[in-house]
Write a protein that binds this ligand. Structure first.
Ligand code: PLP
Length: 383
């Protein structure tokens, strides 16, 4: 059976060109990049090429990029690294502002920091998923050292007003971190123009493998080491580098940069066609999130009187992969914290479907999805 994959926010298929560049570093180019002989030097060079490619995508210096094992690690490093710095420098600052719709990598890092005595403000969002900038400003205290607001939401695709948030942070002398795991490669990001201090990204959302990520840390910004060990990554992140995956991430960033506008147009075309068809064919459904400030490949909707678990199983039976929310919470029976935060009632949230388009989709895939949604929902699946 053909697989029709509509869960690109959960993960993406690795591109051939990415695999091709990675392959030598999984076989004959096995040197440790810290070794001084040529095999090691070649691995080191490959890492530096990848670093430059990641930096080019974000418009920063290669020296501002540190490789990590995933987006979650980058998020943990940003929050815990900045929090621990406050302790070690005895700044007296102990307050972080974030939002209620962040990924668990942020929310659970915040919960851990609360146990260590830090104070966290979790901002509400409006019904489209936007944080309110006045509320953000009013939440700032003289103890606030970090604002961490995600670039784009992984469930509903809403893109936050990042440059405005960065300006507010700067005006109050507060560091601004953004979890851009869903945004990198899907929207053009210029960290300098936007005024971002720290940014997290992940390889497997942009056609590189799982288990590789990176963090941008603005030049001159101090951050406490999160993983102790050797001197890799200029002492910022210990551990022998995952050379092949770093090379893969670099290549994926390079492709994303070169193909950005055609990629965005393609995803937007699928998304908007799908949304229009949904509106025509399912007038009782509700599209979640902002229609204007939205990731190009994201559609999140709720069907009334449909159980999303059952719907997903029926879609799977015809080879369609989609999601009821985020991959991290699949298996949870509780309605998504993001849908709750935007005010979707629990009964409706239980009928949520997230469809996220990607580069391997065809128009025929989209038609197939719509046709099957119609057929499946005709034989009503009750909650
Ligand atoms: N942040 C967001 C917004 C995400 O969507 C994800 C993954 O779904 C992560 C962080 C975690 O990234 P990783 O899977 O690389 O740990």
């Amino acid at each position: 059976m053909d697989i029709r994959y509509f869960d690109n926010a959960a993960t993406t298929r690795i591109k051939e060109e990415v695999l091709e560049e990675m392959f030598p570093y999984l076989s004959l180019e096995y040197g440790n990049p810290s070794s001084i002989y040529r095999l090691g030097r070649r691995a080191k060079k490959a890492i530096e090429t990848a670093r430059t490619r990641v930096a080019n995508l974000l418009n920063c210096k290669p020296s501002e990029i540190t490789f990590t094992s995933c987006g979650s690690e980058s998020d943990n490093m940003a929050l815990k690294g900045m929090a621990m710095l406050q302790k070690s420098k005895q700044t007296g600052k102990n307050h972080i502002i974030t939002s209620k719709i962040e990924h668990p990598a942020i929310l659970n890092s915040c919960h851990t920091l609360e146990k260590l005595g830090f104070k966290i403000t979790y901002l509400d969002v409006d019904k489209e998923g936007f944080v309110n900038l006045d509320t953000l400003i009013n939440s700032i205290t003289d103890k606030t050292f970090l604002i961490s607001i995600m670039y784009a939401n992984n469930e509903i695709g809403t893109i936050q007003p990042i440059s405005k948030i960065a300006k507010i942070a700067k005006a109050h002398n507060i560091i601004f971190h953004t979890d851009a795991v869903q945004a990198v490669g899907n929207v053009p990001i210029d960290v300098k123009k936007l005024g971002i201090d720290i940014l997290s990204l992940s390889g497997h959302k942009i056609y590189a493998p799982k288990g590789i990520g990176a963090i941008y840390i603005k030049e001159g910004l101090e951050i406490e080491r999160y993983i102790d060990g050797g001197h890799q990554e200029k002492n910022k992140r210990s551990g022998t580098e995952n050379v092949a995956e770093i090379v893969g991430l670099g290549k994926a960033c390079n492709i994303a940069q070169n193909d950005m506008s055609s990629y965005i147009n393609k995803l937007k075309y699928f998304r908007d066609y799908f949304i229009n068809q949904i509106r025509q064919k399912f007038p009782n459904s509700k599209i979640n999130g902002s229609l204007e400030q939205r990731l190009p490949g994201n559609c999140n909707l709720c069907f009334s009187n449909i159980n999303s678990g059952e719907l997903l199983l029926k879609l799977d039976a015809v080879g369609i992969c989609a999601s009821g929310g985020s991959a991290c919470s699949s298996g949870d029976t509780a309605p998504s914290h993001v849908l709750s935060a935007i005010g979707v009632p629990n009964e409706l949230a239980r009928g949520a479907l997230r469809v996220t388009f990607g580069d391997f989709n065809t128009f025929e895939d989209v038609e197939f999805l719509i046709k099957n949604l119609e057929e499946i929902t005709k034989n009503k699946i009750t909650q």
